[in-house]
Design a protein around this ligand. Structure first.
Ligand code: ATP
Length: 434
């Protein structure tokens, strides 16, 4: 990875991709806000995932479950007992560390003595209703998956799906992470895109392999270079309590290869446990064998924020063009936050500004189109390159006579004269149904 984290953090702040939460009050640790461009990029990532998972297939339905759930959900899922990190405190400098990440038994910062390890649950707690008592305690969900399992019966009844079928969901998750840092990579509030794919038990290994490959290819299809992404199989000792096997899709982040998405074979763990504890039947009647079966589950679970960060880092390059630095975000066209920028060549010529504004208005509606008249054309192009805008439309003096504008392509930097009356259709074809 050629770009370092600080370059990306400063670009994100300067251009309005990502800000620290509550910055004017000194910030809230490991919580992030997405600015105008970051919101577009993040929405595009989510839209692409949804399209690939739900619209382009006939075996997957969507769900949008609540963040707050009955506390028994998290007891049954194993999160209350098992979703913990062992922590140690330094007796001298008072800093806190995850025990499993320490290389020696002394404080890595000041070499001070450490306390005995104590377990720390990563789930955030809050209260429902007026009383702040233990009986009213609920958790902010640490993953979206459980919303799908507890709705299995509802979805099956409403959709009449046959195995294999999946349920896809995108939503917020919360973890009170201890080892933070690395920008949005490890946030305390983040978004997940999760699929639970229900299969016949005997077909689950086949579908597991299928989804590992499918998800790996998805990142490459939307621009991640193959040298920056790899698959890593979990060793037996590393597997989560529910998993039979697991692969991580890892991206070459500046701090080293790190998880972008995990694909887990969860067997029938979740449906079986929820069925046992809730007393509800969470099985599937197999018409072929006339038997009730508990489906097995394959779960591709990706982080929206990590995907956004990876797409950003992978798309970034900086080069010298005619002695000047040109920073470029060469996003896949479906991901680019701004598709078209309309730029008047001379901002003090009212007829040019008027035509440029008319064109801007005409193009608006289906995707993000921006208008910028605040600098010279060279600088305007550089600004648009830096945020990955696909096409710059420039209105110049000639445009007033020949009713044509210059369209500049981000990647080839080629310029073409296009009639104003053909412009909308020209861009529509270029964007090809986005
Ligand atoms: P890690 O080992 O990095 O803590 P994990 O194995 O605990 O991650 P999972 O529980 O498998 O993560 O969650 C699925 C996905 O959710 C991850 O692949 C990641 O993309 C995303 N994710 C998990 N925790 C965070 C976080 N704190 N901040 C941002 N994204 C996260």
């Amino acid at each position: 990875m050629s770009v370092d984290m600080n370059t990306i953090i400063s670009l994100c702040k300067r251009r309005g991709f990502i800000f620290q939460s509550s910055e004017i009050y000194g910030g809230l640790g490991s919580v992030w806000d997405y600015g105008p461009l970051g919101t577009e990029l993040k929405n595009n990532v989510k839209r692409l995932w949804w399209k690939s998972m739900v619209y382009q297939r006939d075996d997957i339905e969507g769900l949008d479950a609540a963040i707050l759930m009955h506390p028994n959900v998290w007891k049954t899922s194993g999160h209350v007992a098992g979703f913990k990190d062992m922590l140690v405190d330094c007796k001298s400098c008072k800093k806190r560390f995850r025990q499993d990440l320490l290389k020696e038994k002394k404080c890595p910062e000041c070499k001070g003595e450490l306390t005995e390890p104590r377990s720390f649950n990563l789930m955030f707690k809050t209260f429902v209703g007026a009383l702040e008592s233990g009986a009213n305690e609920v958790y902010l969900r640490p993953e979206t998956a459980q919303g799908i399992f507890v709705n299995f019966k509802n979805i099956l009844a409403g959709s009449r799906k046959k195995l294999p079928f999946g349920v896809a969901q995108i939503g917020k998750a919360f973890r009170n992470e201890i080892t933070t840092g690395n920008f949005t990579f490890r946030s305390r509030e983040f978004e997940q895109m999760e699929l639970e794919y229900f299969t016949r038990p005997e077909e689950s290994d086949k579908w597991f392999k299928y989804w590992v490959n499918e998800r790996f290819e998805w990142y490459k299809r939307f621009g991640i270079k193959k040298e920056n992404i790899k698959l890593r199989e979990h060793g037996k000792e590393e597997l989560a309590h529910y998993a039979k096997s697991c692969y991580d899709i890892e991206f070459r982040f500046p701090m080293g290869w790190s998880e972008l998405e995990g694909i887990a074979h969860r067997s029938d763990f979740d449906l079986r446990e929820h069925s046992k504890i809730s007393g509800q039947k969470l099985s599937y009647f197999d018409e072929e064998t006339k038997k009730e079966i508990i489906p097995h589950v394959v779960e591709p679970s990706g982080g929206v924020d990590r995907a956004v960060l990876a797409f950003l880092m992978d798309a970034y390059s900086a080069e010298k063009v005619r002695g000047e630095k040109r920073a470029l975000l060469s996003f896949h066209k479906a991901l680019a936050p701004v598709k078209v920028a309309v730029l008047p060549l001379l901002r003090n010529r009212p007829e040019i500004v008027k035509l440029a504004k008319e064109i801007h208005k005409d193009l608006m509606g289906d995707y993000k189109v921006s208008y910028d008249a605040t600098a010279s054309i060279g600088r305007l192009y550089r600004r648009q390159d830096e945020i990955g805008t696909l096409y710059c439309v420039t209105v110049d003096v000639e445009s007033l006579d020949d009713k044509k504008v210059t369209v500049r392509d981000r990647d080839t930097m080629k310029q073409e004269r296009i009639g104003v009356d053909r412009l909308k259709e020209y861009i529509r074809v270029k964007l090809n149904g986005l």
